[in-house]
Ligand binder design. Structure first.
Ligand SMILES: Nc1nc2c(ncn2[C@@H]2O[C@H](COP(=O)(O)OP(=O)(O)OP(=O)(O)O)[C@@H](O)[C@H]2O)c(=O)[nH]1
Ligand SMILES: [Mg+2]
Ligand SMILES: [Zn+2]
Length: 305
C-alpha cells in the first residue's frame, strides 16, 4: 500500500544519500517502523543538509518495502556541529573514570563546548567498578566544585542505570558525547531493551578506544524521548566566541551574575589583575585561561588571513 499524503518523520540515522526515518504520526504504522528515505530530487533545501534529529516531511510512503521520500525539512531548534545532531534538548558529557584514564582538560573542553549550545548539560562518569569508593567521592566533590552533579555508573549497581533511564524519559532528545572507549554504546545497550550495538575493549597498547561506533544514531526510549549514540573523539582547544566564554564557567558566572562583582573594564576577560575583581582561586581557572588564550590567537589569526 502506498500513500501520497505528507507525514511527519524523524531522521534517526544517515548514510551517504540515505536516511532512516521514524514515523511520528503513526498512520498505519507502529513506532518501530523505520523507513529508508532519499530526498526528493527536485527539492533543494537552500543548501541545508539534513541531520540526525531533524524532523522532515515524508511522502510516497510504501509500507511494504518501507521506503519513502523526504520532501521537506522542518525548522530546527538547534544544531550541534560536532557530532552533527539537530534538535537536542540535553547533552550528557560521558567519560570513564579509568580505561581510558580520566583527562580533566578533555572533560573541561567537552563541558564548555556543550555549555555553548545553551541546553542542559550533565556529566556522566562510567566504569566506576574500576575505582574505590574513596576515589569516587573525590571525583564527585571535584566536579561539584566545577558546577556539576555527576551521574556515576557502575555495572555492579543496576539502580544507577534504572535511575538514568527514568531521567532520560523525562527529556526530549538526549545525546551522549565523549572520547572513544568510555562506554557510551555499552551504556545504551544497558538501558535499551534488545539493543546489542557493537562495543570493543580499549586498546591495551595505546590505551585508547578503537572508534567502534562510526555513525550518529538516534534511538527511541518512549513515545516522546530519544537518545543519541555518537562516535567518540577528542576535543580540540575551543573556538567559542571569547565574549561568551566567561559565562560558560559556573565558577565565573556565579561571581559575576549572581554575586554581582564588578571589574574595572566592562567585558573584562579576567586575565590580568589590574582592575579585575574575580576571585581566581578555583580549580578550573588555568583551563579557562588557556581556553581564552587559544581562542584569542585563533581570533587574531583569522583577522590576519
Ligand atoms: N569495567 C567496565 N568496562 C566497561 C564499562 N562500560 C563499558 N566498558 C567497556 O569499555 C569498552 C568500550 O566500550 P564502548 O561502549 O565500545 O565505548 P564507546 O564510548 O561506545 O566507544 P566508541 O564507540 O569508540 O566511541 C568495552 O570493552 C566495554 O565492555 C563499565 O562500566 N565497566
Ligand atoms: Mg560506541
Ligand atoms: Zn575581571
Amino acid at each position: 500500500m502506498k500513500t501520497n499524503s505528507t507525514n511527519l518523520g524523524l531522521v534517526t540515522k544517515k548514510f551517504n544519500d540515505f536516511f532512516l526515518v521514524d514515523f511520528l504520526n503513526q498512520l498505519n504504522s507502529d513506532n518501530s517502523d523505520k523507513f529508508l528515505c532519499k530526498v526528493k530530487k527536485s527539492i533543494n533545501f537552500k543548501d541545508q543538509l539534513i541531520y540526525v534529529g531533524d524532523k522532515v516531511g515524508i511522502e510516497k510512503i510504501d509500507f511494504r518495502s518501507k521506503r519513502a521520500v523526504i520532501t521537506s525539512l522542518k525548522k530546527r531548534k538547534n544544531l550541534l556541529v560536532r557530532p552533527s545532531v539537530a534538535n537536542i534538548s540535553n547533552i550528557y558529557v560521558t567519560f570513564s573514570v579509568d580505561e581510558p584514564e580520566l583527562n580533566l582538560s578533555q572533560v573541561n573542553r567537552f563541558l564548555i563546548s556543550a555549555e555553548s549550545m545553551g541546553v542542559e548539560v550533565s556529566l556522566v562518569l562510567t566504569k566506576c567498578d574500576l575505582i574505590s569508593d574513596k576515589r569516587r567521592s573525590y571525583l564527585l566533590d571535584k566536579f561539584k566544585k566545577w558546577g556539576y552533579q555527576v551521574i556515576t555508573l557502575n555495572p555492579q549497581k543496576s539502580d544507577c542505570f534504572k535511575n538514568l533511564l527514568a531521567e532520560l524519559k523525562q527529556k526530549e532528545c538526549s545525546i551522549f558525547i565523549g572520547p572513544s572507549g568510555v562506554g557510551k554504546t555499552t551504556l545504551l545497550n544497558m538501558i535499551i531493551p534488545g539493543l546489542h550495538n557493537s562495543t570493543a575493549p580499549v586498546s591495551k597498547k595505546i590505551k585508547r578506544g578503537k572508534n567502534t561506533t562510526r555513525n550518529v544514531e538516534l534511538f527511541s526510549i518512549s513515545n516522546q524521548s530519544y537518545i543519541v549514540d555518537t562516535p567518540g573523539f577528542n576535543m580540540q582547544p575551543l573556538e567559542v566566541d571569547i565574549k561568551l566564554l566567561p559565562n560558560l564557567y559556573s565558577e565565573i558566572y556565579k561571581q559575576v551574575i549572581e554575586e554581582g562583582i564588578k571589574c574595572k573594564f566592562r567585558n573584562c576577560l579576567h586575565l590580568m589583575d589590574e582592575g579585575c575583581n574575580l576571585n581566581k582561586s578555583f580549580e578550573r581557572y588555568p583551563f579557562y585561561k588557556e581556553m581564552i588564550e587559544s581562542s584569542k590567537s585563533h581570533y587574531y589569526q583569522n583577522q590576519e588571513d
